[in-house]
Design a protein around this ligand. Structure first.
Ligand SMILES: Nc1ncnc2c1ncn2[C@@H]1O[C@H](COP(=O)(O)OP(=O)(O)O)[C@@H](O)[C@H]1O
Ligand SMILES: [Mg+2]
Length: 266
């Protein structure tokens, strides 16, 4: 059924509002997809996430929920100001909700995600980042008794040892199953080390998610140092090349689809 829908292009799209990227996605992210945005630190993942929600609110009048596990709310508001986004104003209009969950302090992430999504009923959801969530599983006294509660974070270990990986996989399935109940279009970020064969920090979410967009610091020679690639996107055809982009003051992310290349230049 899904295949037919895809063939006839009947799946509705959720535009990111970022022109070159929407063109690369043939209109946007298929509605209801859960997309992993994975890449090195400072490649603009959080900026991208904010822009996705700001555009959703301003252009499409859709509610967006930003679930942060890293930056506090004041930090996110300050980051938004860099790009000319009055996030507080969007919150007042009930088009945006920014929440910070302190997983390290033992916030029950899955329960809080569920409660916030159920209460705010967003069309767009961001989880920034998933890495904090999966890293927090690297504890283990409590995890046998209470598999969905985390006591403390020991350290960030990469790659995740096998036993923890099984728990991480169970947790991610659980999170994604919860998210799917609400039919929102979701972007989750993952912090990726520069040298890895995997597409996410937890080495699992790329298989579970409907889409994967990777960001790289290496760029196309002589042009830009930032490049992205749509690695996987279920239910739509899409551009598969490396696409240069930049982070611009007072604007945000700008994607230069015209200069997309088949090979990532080092
Ligand atoms: N006003 C700005 N103009 C241009 N680039 C900026 C501006 N503010 C931040 N940046 C760039 O964005 C990067 C941070 O982006 P961020 O979305 O936080 O990345 P990530 O979430 O992938 O770590 C900074 O390292 C900087 O290069
Ligand atoms: Mg970030």
């Amino acid at each position: 059924m899904v295949e037919n829908l895809s063939k006839n292009n009947l799946i509705s799209k959720v535009p990111t509002g970022i022109k070159g990227l929407d063109d690369a996605l043939n209109g946007g992210i298929p509605k209801g997809n859960i997309v992993l945005l994975s890449g090195g630190c400072g490649t603009g993942k959080s900026t991208f996430c904010l822009q996705y929600l700001v555009n959703g609110a301003k252009i499409y009048n859709e509610r967006g929920l930003y679930i942060s596990t890293e930056q506090s709310k004041p930090e996110i508001l300050r980051a938004g100001m860099q790009f000319g986004w009055d996030l507080e104003n969007l919150e007042k209009k009930n088009l945006l909700k920014i929440v910070y969950f302190d997983i390290v302090e033992g916030d029950d992430f899955l329960e809080k995600v569920h409660d916030n999504v159920a209460q705010f009923a967003p069309q767009r959801i961001v989880i920034d980042s998933l890495t904090t969530f999966t890293d927090s599983i690297l504890v283990s006294d409590d995890s046998e008794k209470k598999p969905y509660t985390f006591a403390k974070v020991v350290t960030s270990v990469s790659p995740i040892p096998k036993s923890e990986r099984i728990i991480a996989r169970a947790m991610l399935y659980h999170l994604i199953r919860k998210l799917r109940l609400f039919n929102a279009t979701v972007i989750m970020t993952s912090e990726l080390p520069e040298k890895t064969d995997f597409l996410s920090a937890d080495e699992i979410s790329e298989f579970i998610c409907d889409g994967v967009i990777n960001t790289y610091f290496l760029g196309i020679e002589g042009a830009n140092s930032l490049t992205l690639r749509i690695r996987k996107m279920r239910y739509t055809d899409h551009n598969k090349s490396y696409i240069p982009y930049s982070i611009v003051s007072n604007k945000g992310i700008e994607v230069d689809l015209a200069n997309a290349m088949d090979v990532l230049m080092k």
